[in-house]
Design a protein around this ligand. Structure first.
Ligand SMILES: O=C[C@H](O)[C@H](O)[C@H](O)COP(=O)(O)O
Length: 223
C-alpha cells in the first residue's frame, strides 16, 4: 500500500527533470522509486547526469545505466530528489533513517532545488517522534552520547546485527529519541557544535517542495 504511494510521489517529482540537469539521487525506499523512474526516462532519451547520495543508490543507478558524475567533478546540482523520515508543515525534515544523512545533506546544501518525496505517513505537526539520526565519529562514543543526552534526548548507537552500523563514511549513527523538537533550527546548530558529531539529520530551510503520495491516489505538492 505505502509502496504505491511512495511510487506515485516519486514519479511526480521525476516529471520535473529536464535534459541537461545534474540530479542528486537520494537514498531509501522512496528514493528507490525515483531512481527507477529516472532510469526509465533516461532510456526514453532524458539526458541527465546523476550524483548518488549513498553506495546503495549508486549501485541501483549503475545497474539501471543512469549516467553518473563524480561529486568532485561538479560545482552545483540542479535538483536533488530524496525521501524523508518526517516532514513538518514548514518543510523541515528528519532524515537519516537509512544512514545516508551526511552525503544527503551535502547534496541538499549544494542543490538549487531539493524535492522531497514521501507517502502521507511521513507528515507530522512537530518533528521528533522519529528518533533523530546523528552521525558521530567512532572515537569516544561514550563521551559524545553524554553530550547528546544534555540536549534532552535518549541516544542509542544504531546496530547492524550485534555490531555498530557503519555509515558509507566510516562513522556510527546515534539515533536520538527527543519525543518532540520545539526548535529544530536551534537544535541543529547545538548538535553540530558537539565535538564528535559529524552531522545531524535535521534538514531546515533546505527543501523546496514536498511531493506527498496520498491514499486517494493523488500527489499533494507542498511548497
Ligand atoms: O538515510 C536515509 C534517508 O534520509 C531516507 O531518505 C529516509 O530515511 C527515508 O527513507 P524511506 O524512503 O525508506 O522511508
Amino acid at each position: 500500500m505505502n509502496e504505491n504511494l511512495k511510487k506515485l510521489a516519486a514519479e511526480k517529482a521525476v516529471e520535473t527533470l529536464e535534459s541537461g540537469m545534474i540530479v542528486g539521487l537520494g537514498t531509501g525506499s522512496t528514493a528507490y522509486w525515483a531512481i527507477k523512474r529516472i532510469a526509465e526516462r533516461v532510456w526514453e532519451g532524458l539526458d541527465i547526469k546523476g550524483v548518488p547520495s549513498s553506495e546503495r543508490s549508486e549501485q541501483f543507478a549503475a545497474e539501471w545505466e543512469i549516467p553518473l558524475i563524480g561529486i568532485e567533478e561538479i560545482d552545483r546540482i540542479d535538483v536533488t530528489i530524496d525521501g524523508a523520515d518526517e516532514i513538518d508543515p514548514f518543510l523541515r525534515l528528519i532524515k537519516g533513517g537509512g544512514g545516508a544523512l551526511l552525503r544527503e545533506k551535502v547534496l541538499a546544501a549544494n542543490s538549487d532545488k531539493l524535492l522531497i518525496i514521501a507517502d502521507e505517513s511521513k507528515r507530522v505537526e512537530t518533528l521528533g517522534r522519529f528518533p533523530l539520526p546523528v552521525e558521530i565519529v567512532p572515537f569516544a562514543v561514550r563521551l559524545t552520547l553524554n553530550r547528546l543526552r544534555e540536549l534532552g534526548c535518549t541516544p542509542t548507537v544504531r546496530l547492524d546485527g550485534d555490531r555498530p552500523y557503519w555509515t558509507d563514511n566510516g562513522n556510527f549513527i546515534a539515533d536520538c529519541q527527543f519525543g518532540s523538537i520545539a526548535d529544530p533550527e536551534w537544535l541543529a546548530v547545538q548538535l553540530n557544535q558537539i565535538p564528535g558529531v559529524v552531522e545531524n539529520g535535521l534538514f531546515v530551510r533546505m527543501a523546496s517542495a514536498a511531493y506527498i503520495g496520498r491514499s486517494d491516489g493523488t500527489v499533494e505538492i507542498i511548497k
